[in-house]
Write a protein that binds this ligand. Sequence first.
Ligand code: HEM
Length: 132
Amino acid sequence: MQIQSDTRPLYERIGGEAKLRPLVQSFYKHLDELQEIQTIRWMHADNLQSAEDKLFMFLSGWMGGPSLFIEKFGHPRLRQRHITFKIGDAERDQWMLCMRHALNETIDDKTLRDDLYASLYAVADFMRNQSE
Ligand code: HEM
């Protein structure tokens, strides 16, 4: 298991809302544009703005910043909220591919990028509800 060397909350390490917002925007830009991720693109509504706002609010609290999602929608119960979507290894990997591009595009610090990738991978993996 990889141990994170910097113990500050991810929200602080990333630089707060000013950096989190572009990360989430870049994630949904790739979700909309990458050819390889068609399966998960079609699970989403045509307009991605609402999904983008919700991911931003969720990640804010998840990274140790303001609990925006909980304040507005209550307990995330994230796995339950995804249960209507068929998520297996392929869907998880498509989600992480968008996130990999977004991290590369918006986070300069490689250690922070790797820490974020590893932590988000654990959440995406937990979201799977189909055995292959
Ligand atoms: C593993 C693959 C994943 C797939 C295929 C997936 C797919 C989706 C879809 C289709 C929606 C509905 C969006 C809409 O309203 O149009 C959604 C909502 C959401 N997803 Fe994911 N997701 C995945 C992983 C994750 C992860 C890892 C996170 C958090 C780190 C996350 C956070 C959210 C949030 C906060 C919402 C909004 C929930 C709500 O409507 O209340 N998702 N996801």
